[in-house]
Design a protein around this ligand. Structure first.
Ligand code: GUN
Length: 280
């Protein structure tokens, strides 16, 4: 039976550490403020935004929430982002994705000041990570690194295979593993012999967006498996990209869904907010 990596516990530890830091900053008169913008009423986004606000409240970060109607124009959203860029009292800006189709999300992300880009989605943040310079790092992949480190799983010198090549998870994930001196392979839906490539992994990160798609045929015995996916299965139960029950006796450690990577994304967002006081 594999070791279950407890993302809930690790994320709570990180939030407690951040709460202590924020309390100390407050004693010095430093207040951290995160502005969160949601356009429209996508139900999943409403849950995520609510969870982000709750985490801010717990840690002591002041949050400003902007709930804008679906019909908000691109110009109106750009105006708001520019105003928040100018505000001295706002440290971080997060525009919840997805945005309605009539708004160009890339343009909005590019308009957020890189010093307030706590999601790490701005091209400058992505570029800085690529060349090893300072900048905000995308929260989900940095959460995965924390899960591995805090579970005592060595990255240096090991075969790390990242399944998925998105800008938010796969690409920054590969760069972070490289920064930790892992030997990194990225594979994806067009990869030939995907099973053979995945089987190289000592550490397999799965972010392909297909429910329960990856079974033990894709893993060598004793691999560490991190499941970034989150879906509802045929019984409306949460599940990941990995078929957990199929692989559990085959791997050495695995993250569950829920309670694995998910809570880490918010913990690392809070970490970026705390770091944002040094970036202005
Ligand atoms: N939508 C789903 N996840 C995220 C996230 O981490 N940040 C933003 N801005 N939108 C999201």
């Amino acid at each position: 039976m594999a070791f279950i990596i407890d993302g809930k516990k690790i994320s709570n530890d990180i939030k407690d550490e951040l709460k202590e830091k924020v309390t100390a900053y407050k004693a010095e008169g430093i207040q951290i403020t995160l502005a969160v913008i949601q356009v429209g009423k996508d139900p999943a986004s409403t849950v995520y935004v609510g969870n982000k606000k709750k985490a801010c409240d717990y840690i002591g970060i002041h949050s400003l929430t902007y709930e804008l109607p679906e019909e908000t124009t691109e110009v109106e959203l750009l105006d708001l982002v520019r105003k928040l860029n100018q505000r001295e009292d706002v440290n971080g800006i997060l525009v919840q994705l997805p945005l309605p189709k009539h708004i160009n999300a890339d343009l909005i992300i590019r308009t957020i000041s890189p010093v307030k880009d706590v999601d790490g989605f701005h091209p400058q943040s992505a570029g800085a990570l690529t060349i090893g310079q300072k900048g905000f790092v995308s929260c989900t992949p940095s959460g995965v690194i924390q899960l591995l480190k805090r579970s005592g799983i060595e990255i240096e010198g090991r075969e790390c295979v990242v399944m998925g090549r998105s800008n938010i998870v796969g690409k920054p994930m590969a760069l972070l593993l490289l920064r930790e001196n892992g030997t990194v392979t990225i594979c994806h839906s067009r990869t030939k012999n995907l099973k053979e490539v995945a089987k190289r992994a000592d550490i397999l990160i799965v972010a392909i967006g297909k429910p329960k798609y990856i079974n033990k045929d894709y893993m060598k015995e004793g691999a560490v498996v991190i499941d970034v996916g989150i879906h509802r299965d045929e019984n409306n139960k949460l599940c990941g990209d990995v078929d957990f029950n199929d692989v559990i006796d085959h791997v050495s450690a695995i993250t569950p869904v829920p309670g694995g990577v998910g809570p880490m994304t918010i913990a690392m967002l809070m970490n970026n907010c705390v770091d944002s006081i040094h970036s202005r």
